[in-house]
Design a binder for this molecule. Structure first.
Ligand SMILES: [Zn+2]
Length: 233
């Protein structure tokens, strides 16, 4: 067993701009009166929509795997689990279900994204004006032979123009190729912009744009004292 020493933490902080309406479904939907068949995930205390960090992390990973040819399984649907230290996917995102790995601890941490302060204000102003600031969109599957709609359902979306926080931390261990890892995270975000976040991307949902700045903190340990210092990149 080898020791892993944390040297730096690289932060990617900024905002997620929703170019189109976005829907990250909650697991269980309570069908209240006037409620949509499929609701977006919300903070149970404030009822405010958020984007789980796991959704962004998973989407970055799957898009990077496709771009780097790192998928496994016949249809390319399974994540890379090679666990090699030179594999940027396994090193940054974790070696999936493989427990015998050389790449060490998962380096990335993607925090949940909440409304930015500016958008939160707009959101509540809109609720005061019109009672709801979320969009309920009807979706149909058209039966091609009869031309009739099958399974009509309503999908709740956070409207286009919404703004969420972006907060990603990347841990850099001794011996890591920091430049490549930072580049991989940037590539992951760029690929998600070309794809979508959340559900129903093929129907136009979930187009996002990331605006962020990168900063760095160094971690120094002197005996039992840990110093975390901000650095300009
Ligand atoms: Zn791998």
């Amino acid at each position: 067993m080898c020791a892993w020493r944390l040297e730096k933490i690289v932060s990617f902080k900024g905002t997620i701009e929703c170019v189109t309406g976005i829907s990250i479904k909650s697991g269980a939907n309570d069908l209240g009166i006037g409620g949509a068949d499929s609701e977006v995930i919300k903070n149970p205390l404030t009822r405010e929509p958020y984007l789980p960090g796991s959704s962004l992390k998973g989407k970055m990973r799957s898009q990077l795997e496709l771009a780097y040819g790192k998928t496994s399984g016949d249809n390319g649907a399974n994540p890379c689990g090679c666990g090699k230290r030179e594999c940027p996917i396994c090193t940054i995102f974790g070696a999936h279900s493989n427990t015998k790995v050389a790449c060490g601890p998962t380096r990335i941490l993607v925090r949940d994204s909440v409304f930015t302060e500016v958008f939160r204000q707009k959101f509540y102003e809109h609720i005061l004006e019109s009672g709801n600031a979320l969009e309920v969109k009807a979706e149909n599957i058209i039966d091609r032979s009869s031309g009739k709609a099958k399974n009509p359902r309503s999908m709740e979306r956070v409207p286009a123009g919404a703004e969420f926080t972006l907060d990603i931390q990347l841990q850099i261990f001794e011996g890591d190729n920091e430049t490549d890892m930072v580049e991989t995270v940037k590539n992951g975000l760029a690929l998600v912009e070309q794809s979508y976040l959340g559900n129903s991307g093929s129907r136009g949902y979930g187009q996002v744009k990331f605006h962020y700045e990168i900063s760095e903190k160094s971690v120094a340990v002197d005996g039992k004292k840990i110093t975390i210092t901000n650095k300009e990149v």
